[in-house]
Design a protein around this ligand. Sequence first.
Ligand code: PHE
Length: 351
Amino acid sequence: MTNVSPTILSKLSVQLHTQPAHPLSTLRSLVESHFPAYAHLSSVSPLVTPHQNFDLLSFPPDHPGRSVTDSYYINKDLMLRTHTSAHEVDVFSRGEKTWLLTADVYRRDEIDASHYPVFHQTEGCRIVSADAAGMQEIQDDNARLEDHLRRSHILIEDVPHLSPTNPCQPAHDPKHTELIAKNLKLSLNSLILRLFGGKQAEGEPLRVRWIEATFPWTTPSFEVEVFFRGKWLEILGCGVIHQATLDNSNVPNKLGWAFGLGLERIAMVLYSIPDIRLFWSQDPRFLSQFKQGEINTFRPYSKYPTCFKDVSFWLPTDTTLHDNDFCDLVRDVAGDTVENVKIVSQLGLWG
Ligand code: PHE
């Protein structure tokens, strides 16, 4: 039995993240341009098995995300992915070592301006060989990124790479995990600087906060928040990939990191788009505001579709009616949904 409604079904083919000039597409390209050497995937079907979405990522059998009240199922063996992590094992199995995957994801949710049952994520992953050569590669990259960040106006509230509540995996050497976690943090701080940097008030640093987290397929795990326009905004989850996930992908002797970035949240603040439902709008008043590759401030417009009404009326010759009298009458009858009143023509008694 399926719980996928007609409204949800109609979203499957839309692919907002690949529609030229759409804010989600510009944001995807911006993230991709920050990782130019990575494979960039953006047209992977949203249909996955619960095995891909949950089991291969070590979700426990009783995880609430599995329930039919939280996720959309075509039938018991096929569902709409709830996150882009559902593709990690497939993409690693194909031999990709550094890749980004952007896609629509589906979760049953409440109705308000910041929730929608379909949204978009970019998954980013990097694995290297778990030997001296792999670790040297990470160390060199860390030195390069540290140098870049040192010269930028960014203030980072960090947590330790490893802690008793966010430990190293038993199969890993803590020294290796430290290097990988550091590479993850530096890579993401540098991405965040690219996305949000230069948009702070004069002289204010960009503030980024790292928080310990838990995900079934990463340890240690983190969440990242960015301080933007007076509020802390949670933008991503990430961590050092579990050995079990890499074993499921048939990539022995490797280790690495993964992150999942929520695109709507970021686009909403960067473009000042006040309602998540607007991303799905086909209204030219929305779509015509954007150009591919450019981030601009959204100009709000009426929620209602444009509709012209021609009104004609006759007045007795001994009556005068000022424009403002007519406008007050319109306001009383139709309220503020009326955007503009214009006189088209006025005729005297005999034309
Ligand atoms: N898939 C997680 C989510 O949707 C984010 C995540 C991705 C966390 C990769 C860790 C690693 O919340």
